[in-house]
Write a protein that binds this ligand. Sequence first.
Ligand code: BG6
Length: 490
Amino acid sequence: NTQPKSIIVIFGATGDLAKRKLFPSIFRLYKENKLSEDFAVVGVARRPWTNDELRSNVKKSVEKLQSENADVEKFASHFYYQPFDVTDVASYQQLNHLLSDLDKQYNVPGNRIFYLAMAPEFFGTIASNLKDEGLTSTEGWSRLVIEKPFGHNHPSAKQLNEQIRQAFNEDQIYRIDHYLGKEMVQNIEVIRFANALFEPMWNNQYISNIQITSSETLGVEDRGRYYESSGALRDMVQNHMLQMVALLAMEPPIKLTPEEIRSEKVKVLRALRKMDVTEVDDYFVRGQYGKGIVEEQEVQAYNEEQSVDPDSNTETFVSGKLMIDNFRWAGVPIYIRTGKRMKEKSTEIVVQFKDLPMNLYFNKGKNIHPNLLVIHIQPDEGITLHLNARKADSAATSTPIKLDYCNNCGDKMNTPEAYERLIYDCMRGDATNFTHWDEVSLSWEFVDTISQAWADKKADNFPNYESGSMGPKESDALLAKDGFHWWNIS
Ligand code: BG6
């Protein structure tokens, strides 16, 4: 069914995520005819808004996406608002009535998506109340979409999971990792498994190391309170970075079903080499931004930001070396790096192939350049293959050349938003690009050792990187120890 019918309930509809991502994504689905006219969105939140207030907010948030074939007024008329107290059962009963009425009005067979885009402390309460008050007992299906953070560490994630599992089955739970909705992240599998050229070489015989960088130019903005208790490790590594590692390192699935793909990813996470708290410094580096210049603007240090402790021990940068102890990857380091207030906004994967056994060609006295496969996730979407060839007019006997493929060069607006894909997947019941509990659980276990080491021992050199740089020098040293360096490609 290409036009799935359902009602979407957004908890936290007055919030930032709804405005920035969810409304525009739903609008794009509508514009592309992926939603029939038979849909409704119910926004709930604490504020005493009316339908009209929500609708005018929705209209504002999709203004830029307007085009002739989509009537914004009509689109917004599918939105309803209900002021909501998540701890009060009366709110759920009232919502249930509204949903039943909308089912009739829009011809929806009781299919419901409950999207939790709000403070995580209420996830469990909401899930149980939805079940207890009968909102999930309809003729159709009910699905729960959960935004991060999914817990704060392994024990809290487990507790949260147990709580929501009392109300929803694993296959009804859609845990969002928006990186999995990105075009080029989804492309990792295709590049790997649809090319005879790469897959035979995708192992420790031919690959020397893999580097994943996700750098941001933004600071913490107004999220200081959340970020102080999170830091880059929980905010980016536990989810987005480890998900990319899993996709790069997994075995080919026997089928492209959610179960098969997720079970291959789980195996990678199980094979991650565990560290002892005392070994963390050998594998991981943390950083915190000081003041500096980013995109030609002077910016302040992290510890001067709003709601941030001037003596904060929170990391805004992480780089690390992961080892996957299995047959395919034994001995191949996978380096990851992510941080705020870095030089540019970019996410990129570099696969560095091993040097040839013997070098016959020289590039002006230098060794030949290693072959690299670069997967550009954002802002550019594409792949670049770095090769060596002879250039007619050059004195060198070999010169690095690049083969480029750009996926979004024509029209950046054409690539669907990550959230657009994920909402559509959820409506169609495809959980492939959502994280299974087993993945979340293993990722937390891995990350918990690092957070513990960092909580136990306060960083004595924060802030240790200048805003606008590529992170602290220790991050370069981490690779230099192994005889490598970061490829800053874009
Ligand atoms: C979010 C983090 O999950 O990902 C943010 O909470 C971060 O801190 C964001 O800025 C990065 O996402 P993207 O899509 O801009 O790379």
